[in-house]
Design a protein around this ligand. Structure first.
Ligand code: FES
Length: 574
């Protein structure tokens, strides 16, 4: 293996030359109290930190950055902690997804413009993982992803509570009049009780697991709870390892091969992962110059069993998953379905990293013989209502609705939904199909997680807890129900969803992967000729850029100018 020499380091261009600029760069480091030998000829490691005081999932990342620094110093590198745009799922409106691409640009440009040789990327709350990775993939400097880790189990009256999943469940019961104020307050104060991201198999736990499956995280790292002291050691080890990766010139393009991405999809299915992973994986692959059609998700889903018995599809939580052996143990159950020769950030292959891994609790990580579902965590649907595809998390849907035809009840946007969904005169039954439009990448904007449309209260009172729902929105990974998502093209740009009217028959046929609007073609054309495109409410700043350049869901919702093509330019130093 070729090792870099100190003069080969990217940072040496800033700190090495005996020039006026070199003088300036060195003297300003010395202004910070460092000695020349601290930073010259040593790998400069950016600790890209998405901590903020309004991001509870990343509340511990200031402390973890100190642990990463210990590792970097130990290994002979020079750490610099750099703040990055902090996307907090809970608070950022209208949708944090609107800002994933901004974090990716922030990461890419930070790494590009500064004297950085390698990066430890710190985050975990839903969009942060893909945002950081997309930027690092584009810049293609050595990089390790350090997952923030899930929070500890929630607790209420001795019962474990899961992020999101139990919020939806208890809110439904409250709407149905079954939960007192005291109980509701108990749930509210018990559901999130430590730093870390959502501890159900939501988007955060899914994406950090996929980062590990792709080889971008140290083995076993994605399962460690944020509050566990093993997480501190993971941070130190990540800091130590990234210095070696710089000397070895081990970069994301060697790790993120098509085989590695297939591994990520396989693991996504085996953990019953969030549907959001599809959009993020397509975007990441595209950054790497790889074409990832939606059909590949469906193809892989058909032969991968769901083994992780974690909410919302299953019973347990991420803390249980860690104690049961974690992601390494789960992957060790399906070695024949994985490309074991893929290289990972620790310099070993995935297969080598799985040596010795085993499941210690088969209630939490099921065996191949007794999976949670035989196949198909997720299905991709096509048809007259979704010419470019739609997504459904099969494992979280009610089997009664997997082949269903019913009349549409259409909501033009979320405001309309809020205004009418609980009215007693709404013409809806259990077999109706709820349709929400203008919730896609442009319509939301930012494709908010509105896809788990609420069940109308009058049906809740009848004991109904699931029905078919269709939208161009996304859905939280912690949600559940028969929800068809990511309908593409979205209604805002004139996709067929824009033309559905109340009472139209819609067929959902998951076994045959079909989603059809049963309206004659000539009637569709008549409606299309009368369709008036919506008018954007605001068109300034980042939103204007987003509206102009974002792609549709099946293309990953990335900006069209950040896909394959020209690599980032190394900056001139004059
Ligand atoms: Fe951050 Fe759920 S709110 S992961």
């Amino acid at each position: 293996m070729i090792r870099k020499k100190p003069e080969d380091l990217r940072s040496y261009r800033w700190f090495g030359p005996d020039t006026m600029r070199g003088f300036s760069h060195r003297s300003r480091m010395m202004q910070l109290g460092y000695r020349k030998e601290d930073f010259t000829g040593r790998p400069v490691i950016a600790i890209v930190n998405t901590w903020s005081e309004i991001n509870p999932c990343h509340a511990h990342l200031r402390e973890r950055a100190e642990a990463v620094k210990r590792g970097v110093w130990h290994a002979g590198g020079f750490p610099v902690e750099i703040p990055a745009f902090s996307i907090t799922e809970t608070y950022m409106k209208p949708s944090p997804m609107l800002y994933r691409n901004l974090l990716a640009m922030d990461t890419e440009e930070t790494l590009r413009s500064l004297p950085i040789d390698g990066a430890v990327l710190m985050g975990g709350c839903d969009k942060t993982t893909p945002g950081l990775l997309m930027g690092a993939i584009s810049m293609n400097l050595p990089a390790i992803f350090l997952p923030a880790g899930p929070m500890l189990r929630g607790n209420w009256n001795g019962k474990p509570l899961g992020s999101g999943t139990d919020l939806w469940k208890f809110w439904t019961e409250r709407c149905a009049g079954n939960l007192s104020d005291e109980d509701w307050n108990g749930v509210e104060s018990g559901i999130a009780r430590s730093p870390g991201f959502c501890m159900t198999m939501g988007t955060a736990a899914t994406m950090t697991a996929l980062a590990e499956a792709m080889g971008m995280t140290l083995p076993g790292g994605s399962s460690i709870p944020a509050a566990d002291s093993n997480h501190v050691r993971l941070a130190i080890d990540s800091g130590k390892r990234i210095v070696e990766m710089v000397w070895e010139d081990s970069k994301p393009d060697e790790i993120l091969t098509m085989a590695a991405i297939r591994n990520a999809i396989t693991v996504d299915m085996a953990i019953g992962g969030s549907t959001n992973a599809i959009i993020h994986l397509v975007a990441m692959a595209r950054r790497r110059g790889l074409d990832l059609p939606l059909s590949l998700f469906d193809e892989i889903a058909r032969h991968v069993p769901v083994l992780a018995n974690i909410r919302p599809s299953g019973e347990f939580l991420m803390e249980d998953f860690y104690y049961a052996g974690g992601l390494r143990a789960l992957m060790a159950e399906i070695p024949d379905l994985l490309h074991l020769d893929c290289r990972t950030v620790n310099g070993k292959t995935l297969g080598e990293n799985l040596d010795g891994a085993r499941v210690v609790n088969h209630d939490v990580i099921r065996t191949r013989e007794a999976p949670l579902a035989d196949s198909g965590g997720t299905a991709i649907l096509y048809g007259t209502l979704a010419p470019d595809g739609a997504v459904i998390k099969t494992v979280a849907s009610d089997p009664r609705f997997r082949q269903h035809t019913g009349p549409a009840v259409v909501f033009n946007d979320y405001r309309d939904l809020e205004a009418r969904i609980n009215r007693d005169d709404l013409n809806v039954t259990e077999s109706s199909v709820l349709v929400l439009r203008n919730a896609g990448p442009l319509g939301g904007p930012g494709m908010p997680e509105w896809g788990m449309l609420p069940i109308p209260q009058k049906l809740l009172r009848q004991g109904i807890r699931d029905m078919v729902r269709i939208s161009d929105a996304r859905m939280s990974g912690t949600s559940y129900g028969t929800c068809v998502l990511h309908v593409s093209p979205e209604s805002y740009v004139g996709g067929p969803l824009a033309l559905v009217q109340d009472g139209d028959a819609i067929t959902l046929d998951i076994p045959n992967r079909k989603l059809d609007l049963l309206v004659p073609e000539n009637e569709i054309e008549r409606r299309r000729s009368q369709w008036i495109p919506p008018i954007a409410q605001s068109n300034r700043g980042y939103l204007a850029l987003y509206r102009e350049r974002v792609t549709q869901a099946h293309q990953g919702c990335d900006f069209d100018f950040l896909g394959p093509g020209a690599s980032p330019l190394e900056p001139d130093i004059f």
